[in-house]
Ligand binder design. Sequence first.
Ligand SMILES: Nc1ccn([C@@H]2O[C@H](COP(=O)(O)OP(=O)(O)OP(=O)(O)O)[C@@H](O)[C@H]2O)c(=O)n1
Ligand SMILES: C[C@](O)(CO)[C@H](O)COP(=O)(O)O
Length: 424
Amino acid sequence: MTPGGVGLVLVAAGAGTRLGAGRPKALVPLGHGAHAAPVVVHALRGALRCAALSHVVVVAPADHEGMGQLADAVRSVAVPAGVGVSVVAGGAERTDSVLHGLHALSPEVGVVLVHDAARALTPVAVFDRVVHAVHAGHPAVTPALPVTDTVKQVAADARGVEHVVATLDRSVLRAVQTPQGFLRETLERAHAEAARAGARPATDDCGLVEAHGGWVTVVEGSPRALKITTPHDLEVAACWLVDGEPADTEQVPRPPALVVLSGLPGVGKTTVARALCRRLRAAHLRVDTVEQGLLRAGLAEGATAPYGYTATYGVAADQLAVGLSVVADMVNGLPVVRAAWDEVGAAAGARVVRVLLECSDAGMHRRRVEGRSADIEGHRLPGWADVRDRELEPWPEADLSLDTASLTAAEVVDRIVALVEEER
Ligand SMILES: Nc1ccn([C@@H]2O[C@H](COP(=O)(O)OP(=O)(O)OP(=O)(O)O)[C@@H](O)[C@H]2O)c(=O)n1
Ligand SMILES: C[C@](O)(CO)[C@H](O)COP(=O)(O)O
């Protein structure tokens, strides 16, 4: 029987003394240029890829400023439907912060993951392995990696000079990571017993379980679950980002997604499609490019419409067949073309996400239409009169209707990605 929902305590209240960035580590930007985002944003985005989660408590620095900044950062993250996210203040030690988070978890949560925000790029596969092990009956679980260095035990002499006392057998040593997973009652009991015994704060939560004779199961961790501790770690982690997103080395094979964008020229489809393709590692199928190729090959102006769309369905089917997700970037305004996309998606077993993009501010829409210049050689862009007089058919099957007058392209992309990730 599944022991209730899965909750996550994301501890982000540390000072980051060893990083020395002059602000709490969770708020330090990770990544380069426009793609940089606070460590906690990466950590939360990564954790939310774990489909099992129902509630996340982010534990923030207790001071007023840190708490406010962290809450703002958390609010910037798109959260899948059905997941609650709250922010609470942390404590002096990591153990205190975990306890604050644990108290704030929803009562329906029966399995608790405790994760360091500092392990910001942990692949979702590690989360999935931990959740799977707890569901399979292991009350306390930690991901871990074998130790590859030779490890020496040392002692210091009277002058503080260290010398080796022993060489440890590394075959029985593991470097443990997070998220660590627990039956809620196991974690609550471990914290209560540690508090009763007045024990020193543990550096990890499994340590509290072990201290009272509890059994801790080990599953495979990942080098990408590196804990960002020093400036060097921050540089290494930044190298693993592509356009601000982790290049996940451990993707669980999932069905491809077919994102069908629909909207009038100038609403921002191509901007959104490009950013979405980078996030999803998807193929960008833009009918303008195909149609321009048909014109170059000799098709008459005005005669391309059915050919461009039909050719694009075929190219999309080829991408989906090899497991690549696709973003279909074209007006897609008629029921017949929308139905054709549904068929392409269904034939490939893809998750079809139908997105209508609109721009409710006519002035802004006009400025966009009139301000663009063609980025495909020879492409004649429609003028404002053509766009204004064109109507899209109603699309009751659309999964999302988004207004590019009030949302930024990044926000639109976050909303679409959240929906794509749901149920995949
Ligand atoms: N009082 C604390 C201390 C740590 N943490 C969190 O526990 C994780 C692991 O801690 P560590 O990486 O050691 O972070 P810091 O304590 O911030 O680092 P330092 O020891 O260098 O100050 C981090 O996500 C950190 O934010 C926390 O929530 N509350
Ligand atoms: C929980 C942990 O990440 C497991 O490796 C680690 O113990 C945190 O340690 P720190 O002392 O807070 O760096």
